[in-house]
Design a protein around this ligand. Sequence first.
Ligand code: NAG
Ligand code: NAG
Ligand code: NAG
Ligand code: NAG
Length: 394
Amino acid sequence: MLPRLNYLIIYLGIAITIISFYFSTVRVQCALGGLNTAESCSRQSLENSDNHVSKENLLDVQNNTLGFHEVFAISLPERTDKRDALTLQSSLSGIALTIMDGVDSSRLHVKAMPHTMDQPPKDMACWRAHMNVIQHIVNKGISSALIMEDDADWDVALKLQLVQYARGSRYLLSSSPEEMPTSPYGDGWDFFWLGHCGAWFDELDTRRFVIHHDPTVVPPENRQYAGHPDMSLWERQDTDNRTRIVYKSEGGVCAAAYAVSLRGAQKILYHMSMLPYNRSVDWGFHDMCKDRKSDFNCIATYPALFGVHQPAGNTSKWSDIGHGTDESQSQVEERPSSKNLAFSARMNIGRLLSGTTLFESQFPEATGGEMDIADIGRGIGHPEVLPKMAVVEG
Ligand SMILES: *[C@@H]1O[C@H](CO)[C@@H](O)[C@H](O)[C@H]1NC(C)=O
Ligand SMILES: *[C@@H]1O[C@H](CO)[C@@H](O)[C@H](O)[C@H]1NC(C)=O
Ligand SMILES: *[C@@H]1O[C@H](CO)[C@@H](O)[C@H](O)[C@H]1NC(C)=O
Ligand SMILES: *[C@@H]1O[C@H](CO)[C@@H](O)[C@H](O)[C@H]1NC(C)=O
């Protein structure tokens, strides 16, 4: 009797080892996107998931449209350099991208401008390029979409990060644990600030979805944001300062990457094109959130999930709306960099091509020079409700 029990324990041990090895492998394959099938990802174990959310379609956020119905990137047709890079980066990240033409300011028609619109021509062209995508979404009835600008960059662990982001957005949207939401991110959202350079919190909502010990969080001293929610509860002397939060937002700035639902796109087209309007596109989105136009429901994450890539060479290559660097102030940068990202996909294209699972950090002092994808994507979040006192703008 006793020896048989021992064998049983050994067999069990071997089985558990094989199964856990299988799941850790699948997790890595999922994170690497391009190398896997949807089925292998949907079998990924959801370790440490809480019971607050239903999980049936949560892992759709790892499909090749990141759980949205489509992914768009806006790029001027002549910026073939940006299109080459973005196409390759998306392909290696397992993202199916549709490139939409940007708008040259010479093609703006004065009759087509909203009443009161009086902004610099390049800002108006940028606004129109985004509105064209929004119009397309409304026209085709696309249920949700991620929209990027052509210099957007993301972390190599994006598909793991998005699982946590979606758990957070479901918490904030009070998704019922019994019912599966239509969108894996939950239902009732209009706008996600995913690639901002500043996003503020909604003072009426003290809920936060908090992801600790997340290696993709850029060290505080290396972040470049115009504003952010108060992080003092989690960024202290005795913490590792690697916390990302998901929260209800009263707006943000920069539009390197954001997501809209169909309902959100309809509201945007109404308020930002049909009604009197005189703002750049990102401040227009900000006002939609801040003023709750048509009940606009915004969720943000800080630090952001998407950053901006700045290639080597003449800095006038960076922006097509002349923000930061116009021709007269241009200089030559010998090294590329990506703002607000630790394990930038663009900076790791060589490694993605080689098939390695070890990726290079832009902040070696904080993360070590390189890290395995399974570790990069290890952050797991949980809901918290702030004490009222802590609601102070950071
Ligand atoms: C990805 O998931 C979303 C949400 O479930 C779905 O709408 C979309 O069609 C899926 N994309 C693909 C390519 O299967
Ligand atoms: C539109 O905004 C610009 C500044 O962004 C301002 O100079 C201009 O007066 C505004 N126009 C109207 C009609 O409000
Ligand atoms: C974390 O950030 C806080 C606030 O910026 C700072 O005072 C503290 O020294 C940091 N802690 C570590 C371990 O770096
Ligand atoms: C950068 O390129 C612009 C043209 O786009 C040119 O006018 C400028 O002189 C270049 N700057 C440098 C430092 O080479």
